[in-house]
Design a protein around this ligand. Structure first.
Ligand SMILES: Nc1nc2c(c(=O)[nH]1)N[C@H]1C(S)=C(S)[C@@H](COP(=O)(O)OP(=O)(O)OC[C@H]3O[C@@H](n4cnc5c(=O)[nH]c(N)nc54)[C@H](O)[C@@H]3O)O[C@H]1N2
Ligand SMILES: Nc1nc2c(c(=O)[nH]1)N[C@H]1C(S)=C(S)[C@@H](COP(=O)(O)OP(=O)(O)OC[C@H]3O[C@@H](n4cnc5c(=O)[nH]c(N)nc54)[C@H](O)[C@@H]3O)O[C@H]1N2
Ligand code: SF4
Ligand SMILES: [Mo]
Length: 569
């Protein structure tokens, strides 16, 4: 964290949470921020080149900012508060993004609960250990072997990867990702079989005598039950279901034996109905081999970035609805901030029909597929022109953002909008902006990564996709890509298929699931497992195929709980 007056935090939803220094109209990577280490990435460059919104619009007609704010107030006053929805995306992860939520809560709007992102996995870790906190980055640097499990590590956290790029890697992923190609071992498993792989690995850990008796004795509950689960099936039976051979498992233990081990766990393992259980099974395996509570190694996921901080924007909404299941059409007024549900949320057809059937206010920095359905557009000031601070879900460092450029007077920051609305409704004012930010700057959060008690998962109740999958069906896999950030900067409608599927480059295809259908263009790619259809997150049509139904335990989306068929169109 730099106290330099010219520092700027990258606002993008990314593990690295980098810090830049603004000088002579240019941004350079901060050298003081240990993860940024002087470099920025291609997405930051895209962000600087954005065509930022500088005008308000009512029904596609330009209007002054003051008029758009008046219309918003009028609309709010004439709408039954519970028929107003406040919907926040993750287009900017600065802490100040949460300020408008306080107004909408006080006003009585319906807010959301759950996530489109890491919710299932976070719930699984929390059930097992009471919280979801990463070890310090030093532990990662001090480890020998890094198991990259369902995470596109070198692409989605390029700076964290840079700190450890010379380590030995093992990758567990159905796709041959860049990190899989660099790995000593790549276990190209079938999707949604990670819980079975965790059990198989536990069984082998016992045979190889690498369980951590000390950790199990002092910090574990239910380890015996978990081990019984692992023993419950003949080892060979796992080969067919997971697609991982026993010789690969033997190799896995040769690599990790007597080594300090880290697990970089990603979203991929938990985009399913029982995502929480799957992650808990992986964390139980990690506990069994004793990678927790050491000075080196540990398990990293998307941690609760505000763990240990007191929320400066406390809310107590009258009503919350499940985020992926939001039915926009059942509200009279929808306020969307920092998001693009028309691409990013599940069941696109339903989302778009809903947006068409309500009065939509879009509060964002750039136009996107969602703003096309907005009745009123209010431009948010861009990140260079507003004060903020970023915490990270990948590591423990903060980044401070100063307003390094004069803001466009036709735009408004999240903090200013909140104050304006509070004023219009005679609600209490927010604390002073600097005071709020200073709290985050000054607060030191103690290391909280040591696990008091790990409750091992004792029972797994998972409906396996491989059991319902027909011969002609594919698993539907989405992952992040290097040159975009979710739906920002670049989008396509391409699907990636293995050459053995019989399709050809540029084929136009119709892909169907039980939830919907859409057309795509084929790219042949041998990195994709034969039984999978892969596309990048941000693909314009991907979510026509996904379900809005929530996962089992965390009110979150389950983008991969689906099988699809493909035909030439
Ligand atoms: N460049 C870039 N960086 C980003 C983002 C971006 O859009 N672009 N997005 C940011 C955001 S919002 C997030 S949440 C993070 C997410 O970062 P990651 O956790 O890396 O998320 P994904 O790329 O969605 O998925 C990770 C991997 O899971 C694999 N996978 C899919 N299904 C399975 C499965 O069943 N089992 C296993 N073992 N693996 C599976 C996929 O093939 C993929 O390689 O990245 C952040 N960083
Ligand atoms: N099929 C499938 N779908 C997925 C995923 C997947 O892997 N597969 N990934 C999911 C994940 S992990 C995530 S996190 C979500 C992300 O989904 P969303 O949260 O909807 O994020 P984006 O699509 O990136 O939309 C970002 C928008 O935020 C606005 N914005 C940017 N900066 C600011 C700002 O400072 N202020 C305001 N007010 N607005 C701003 C911009 O207008 C931009 O268009 O998508 C999810 N969707
Ligand atoms: S790596 Fe992530 S946090 Fe760092 S500059 Fe790029 S997008 Fe921003
Ligand atoms: Mo995300």
């Amino acid at each position: 964290m730099s106290l330099n007056k010219n520092s700027v935090a990258c606002p993008l939803d990314c593990f690295d949470a980098c810090e830049a220094v603004y000088e002579n109209d240019k941004c350079k990577g901060s050298k003081e921020h240990p993860v940024t280490n002087g470099k920025l990435c291609v997405n930051f460059a895209h962000l600087l080149n954005e065509n930022f919104l500088n005008e308000s619009y009512l029904n596609n007609e330009k209007i002054p900012l003051s008029t758009s704010l008046n219309i918003l107030v009028e609309k709010l006053k004439n709408t039954e508060p519970s028929k107003t929805l406040y919907y926040k995306g993750s287009g900017n992860l600065g802490v100040m993004q949460s300020s408008p939520k306080t107004f909408f809560s006080e006003y009585g709007a319906t807010l959301t609960k759950g996530s489109l992102c890491d919710g299932g996995g976070g719930e699984g870790l929390t059930q097992g250990r009471g919280s979801c906190v990463n070890p310090p980055i030093e532990n990662l640097i001090n480890s020998d072997v890094i198991i990259v499990w369902g995470r596109n590590f070198s692409v989605t956290s390029p700076h964290m990867y840079n700190l450890v790029k010379d380590k030995t890697f093992i990758t567990i992923d159905p796709i041959s990702t860049p990190i899989a190609k660099k790995s000593e071992l790549h276990m190209q498993l079938n999707p949604k079989t990670d819980h079975e792989l965790a059990l198989l690995l536990t069984r082998f850990a016992y045979m190889e005598d690498v369980e951590d008796e000390e950790f199990i004795k002092n910090h574990a509950q239910g380890a015996d039950w978990f081990f019984d689960l692992a023993k419950g099936r003949p080892v060979v039976s796992y080969e067919a279901t997971t697609g991982v051979s026993l010789s690969e498992v033997t190799r896995f233990f040769e690599i990790i034996k007597d080594k300090k081990v880290s697990i970089m766990l990603g979203l991929g393992v938990q985009k399913y109905y029982e995502g929480a259980q799957i992650v808990r099974a992986i964390d139980s395996f990690a506990g069994y081999i004793g990678i927790h509570n050491k000075e080196a190694g540990g398990l990293w996921y998307l941690s609760d970035s505000s763990y240990g901080y007191e929320n400066q924007f406390k809310v107590s909404p009258k009503k919350r609805v499940t985020l992926p299941e939001v039915d926009f059409s059942s509200y009279d007024l929808v306020f969307i901030q920092g998001g693009n549900p028309a691409v990013s949320a599940p069941n696109t057809k339903r989302v778009i029909e809903g947006l068409k059937n309500s009065f939509v206010v879009f509060f964002g920095t750039v136009l996107n597929e969602t703003s096309e359905y907005a009745d009123l557009i209010i431009p948010s000031s861009n990140f260079l022109t507003k004060k903020d601070l970023r915490l990270s879900y990948g590591h423990e460092f903060k980044a401070i953002s100063n307003a390094v450029k004069e803001k466009n007077e036709n735009t408004i920051t999240e903090y200013e909008l909140t104050q304006y609305l509070n004023d219009a409704f005679s609600f209490e004012k927010l604390e002073d902006e600097d005071k709020i930010l200073n709290y985050y700057v000054e607060k030191n959060v103690e290391d909280a990564y040591k696990i008091e008690t790990l409750e091992f998962i004792e029972e797994l109740e998972i409906e396996n996709l491989y059991e319902s999958k027909e011969e002609n069906e594919f698993y539907f896999i989405t992952g992040k890509r290097k040159d975009n950030l979710n739906s920002q900067f670049n989008s396509d409608n391409t699907i990636h298929l293995h050459p053995n599927t019989g399709f050809k480059n540029e084929d136009e295809v119709l892909v169907r699931s039980q939830y919907g259908e859409a057309k795509f263009l084929v790219t042949i790619n041998k990195d994709i497992k034969e039984n999978c259809l892969f596309c990048y997150a941000g693909n314009r049509n991907a979510n026509y195929l996904t379900t809005e139904k929530k996962d089992e335990e965390s009110d979150s989306a389950m983008f991969q709980e689906v099988l699809v068929t493909i035909e030439l169109s």
